[in-house]
Design a protein around this ligand. Structure first.
Ligand code: ZN
Length: 165
């Protein structure tokens, strides 16, 4: 994981506003024992993907305890919201109730946005644990893979980060 040749060249760091960081973790806790999910909106800024907002979406998967599927209408609304604000969809988040903070095989299979960051938060007994980020890479012939990237949370995400996690 994280070898140089796997890194997205433009933006190796996922930088979250504290508000977005807290929001996606709160959502993970409130959704337990089901998976939460949502969209990350923000801008590419030099070395970082700078996430301004974590937008909650409904998990419409028929088995929400172990899978997630964003409500397609809410995803479309998020795309429009980003466009209106001059931002981009930088990634997605979801939670793993009583599971690890890394993508499952199904998560990789269903990931459809190359270059986007997929954040996974482990939730043990309703308490958010680690949040980790994985960028979806599509390599010709080799198929899709996730490369882990560091996550930083900062009061002002355009400034250097002050807290990890
Ligand atoms: Zn998952």
């Amino acid at each position: 994981m994280g070898a140089d040749h796997l890194r997205c060249p433009g933006a190796p760091v996922i930088r979250l506003s504290l508000a977005a960081h807290d929001e996606l973790r709160r959502h993970a806790e409130e959704s337990w024992p089901r998976e939460s999910c949502g969209v990350l909106l923000g801008r590419l800024a030099g070395e970082a993907r700078t996430v301004a907002e974590a937008l909650r979406c409904r998990n419409v998967d028929p088995a929400p305890e172990r899978r997630y599927q964003l409500d397609p209408r809410e995803l479309l609304a998020a795309v429009k919201r980003a466009r209106r604000r001059g931002e981009e969809i930088l990634g997605f988040y979801h939670s793993h109730p009583d599971g690890p903070a890394r993508p499952s095989a199904a998560d990789l299979f269903e990931a459809e946005w190359p270059g986007c960051a997929y954040l996974v938060t482990a939730v043990a007994g309703g308490r958010a644990g680690a949040t980790r980020a994985f960028v979806l890479l599509c390599e010709g012939g080799a198929g899709k893979r996730f490369a882990e990237e560091p996550v930083e949370a900062a009061p002002d995400p355009t400034a250097p980060a002050q807290a990890g996690g």
